[in-house]
Design a binder for this molecule. Structure first.
Ligand code: AMP
Length: 193
């Protein structure tokens, strides 16, 4: 199964990606986690990405596309993957299509987890408290910037997949189990997975 999870910051993409991937025995790929790992390692990528992440902006398409192209070539992605946090721009979406086409595969579907912005601010505040501020970008100021970036650069990705008839939208307000169930129902209806 090859799936993309879309949704604004705090929508629950990471949690749901992990759950769906574990159930299907495929890899959950979070580009945010990959970047945070690079930042903690202090690699040259991490050094370049740190300030961008802390400002709530996006790391460049070239860098992100190269990271994902390399990652999905790994053996644990042969049977599929759940992408969380990529693509975040239409250029990334087009690049992903090209990568998959080169390998003779395609996405099964794209699930957008839809959550109202006011609700998200409360959720991110809770996450910041629960994780003791482990994420430098989990604060209201950066969150507002991330949401603006989402509206400007990532919302067009939903339109891109809607146009390609791949997009399913699921209500992301509810318990983790309710959202997982809603995603499972939605993908069960469209994909043979
Ligand atoms: P996330 O954990 O998905 O919320 O990502 C955290 C931060 O990492 C984002 O706010 C961006 O700065 C950066 N990032 C993650 N994925 C991407 C991507 N596909 N393109 C550009 N920047 C990204």
């Amino acid at each position: 199964m090859r799936l993309v999870l879309l949704g604004p910051p705090g929508a629950g993409k990471g949690t749901q990606a992990e759950r769906l991937a574990a159930r299907r025995g495929v890899a959950a790929l979070s580009t945010g986690e990959m970047l945070r790992a690079a930042v903690s390692e202090g690699s040259s990528l991490g050094k370049r990405a740190k300030a961008v992440i802390e400002r709530g902006e996006l790391v460049s398409d070239d860098v992100m596309i190269a990271i994902v192209a390399e990652r999905i070539r790994q053996p644990d992605c042969v049977d599929g993957f759940i992408l969380d946090g990529f693509p975040r721009t239409v250029a990334q979406a087009r690049a992903l299509d090209a990568m998959l086409q080169e390998n003779g595969v395609r996405l099964d579907c794209v699930v957008e987890i839809s959550v109202d912005e006011d609700f998200l601010i409360g959720r991110i505040e809770t996450r910041a408290k629960e994780t003791g501020g482990a994420r430098a970008d989990d604060n209201v100021e950066t969150l507002k910037k991330r949401m603006a970036v989402y509206r400007q650069q990532t919302a067009p990705v939903s339109d891109y997949y809607r146009h390609n008839k791949m997009l399913i939208t699921v209500d992301g307000v509810g318990s983790k189990d309710e959202v997982t169930a809603a995603i499972e129902t939605a993908i069960g209806a469209v994909a043979r997975v």
